[in-house]
Design a protein around this ligand. Structure first.
Ligand SMILES: NC(=O)c1ccc[n+]([C@@H]2O[C@H](COP(=O)([O-])OP(=O)(O)OC[C@H]3O[C@@H](n4cnc5c(N)ncnc54)[C@H](OP(=O)(O)O)[C@@H]3O)[C@@H](O)[C@H]2O)c1
Length: 269
């Protein structure tokens, strides 16, 4: 579908825009002259984000899509970029799952699904978009990692592993793309107050309100910064784990005990 009237609109595609950080970023960027393409699974919550963005003057398209299906995501991305070139791609969608109570590790089924949503699909989308943006010598790509990637978390082996892989991919892509004026930004947040963190039982140290997090993330993307870790205290925990002998670090990390409520118990935001 061609949209000649929108050719000089600033086009921002956000995955995970139906909730939490992605929805807050959509709201942050929404203004006249901006076209937002918002992806998520829940049509109802996507529409909620879209209607807030429209009130602020942005034009908006929404797409309900499941990112466990990477081929569908790539087709949709190509279609969207050919219709109106994407200036900023923000890959915020993600899932967090910790091992069930008393289980030794997550199930293989969860491991596969989380690897697709947190790693394989965003990596494929970022690669496709990087090639397209490099040809245009223009663009920004932001990937949502986590400070969980800095630690060997026994109760979230797949989450921390998928985010660690995403983190290395981001900085490697950044090294490849900088000469072509494509900025790749890795965002590694601590606890942000969203439905994802609200599913966890127990205290969440240095919890950041979601609108504050969105402002910080957007500023980083706009500056073309390579890596954003926040709150800064998690740089210290990262250094601490690196400094400790691994068996001692693992003994400490094995003591972490967090419970997570199933998504179905929480409802949408
Ligand atoms: N909140 C934190 O404390 C925190 C900390 C560090 C990193 N992060 C990362 O930040 C990102 C955003 O998290 P959040 O806190 O905003 O979580 P959230 O409120 O739970 O939102 C997650 C988003 O991802 C989408 N999503 C999940 N599975 C999907 C799938 N299979 N296909 C398509 N979309 C899917 C959800 O869509 P639907 O809701 O429509 O299903 C939702 O829009 C994630 O990558 C997360 O790992 C969060």
């Amino acid at each position: 579908m061609s949209r000649p009237e929108m050719t000089h609109r600033h086009h921002i595609l956000i995955t995970g825009a139906s909730s939490g950080i992605g929805a807050a970023l959509a709201e942050y960027y929404a203004r006249p002259g901006v076209h937002l393409t918002l992806w998520g699974r829940s049509e109802e919550r996507l529409e909620k984000t879209a209607s807030t963005a429209r009130t602020k003057g942005a034009s908006v398209d929404v797409l309900s899509i499941d990112l466990t299906k990477a081929d569908n995501a790539l087709k949709a991305l190509t279609r969207t970029d050919e219709s109106l070139p994407v200036d900023i791609l923000i890959l915020s969608a993600g899932m967090a799952d910790i091992r069930p109570h008393k289980a030794l590790a997550e199930s293989a089924e969860v491991a596969l699904k989380m690897s697709m949503v947190n790693f394989a699909t965003p990596v494929a989308m970022a690669t496709e978009m990087a090639n397209r943006m490099a040809a245009r010598r223009h663009g920004r790509i932001a990937l949502m990692g986590s400070v969980a990637s800095f630690h060997d978390l026994p109760l979230a082996t797949v989450y921390s592993g998928s985010k660690a892989g995403l983190g290395r991919f981001s900085t490697a892509l950044q090294a490849a793309m900088t000469p072509y004026n494509v900025r790749v930004c890795l965002i590694a947040p601590g606890f942000i107050d969203t439905p994802m963190s609200q599913r966890l039982d127990g205290e969440q140290a240095f919890l950041v309100p979601v609108d504050k997090a969105a402002r910080k993330i957007a500023r980083s993307i706009n500056q073309g910064r390579g890596v954003l870790v926040f709150p800064w205290v998690f740089q210290l925990t990262r250094l601490l784990e690196m400094a400790l002998p691994r068996p001692i670090a693992h003994r400490i990390l094995r003591k972490l005990d967090v419970m997570q409520h199933p998504e179905s118990e929480m409802g949408g935001n």
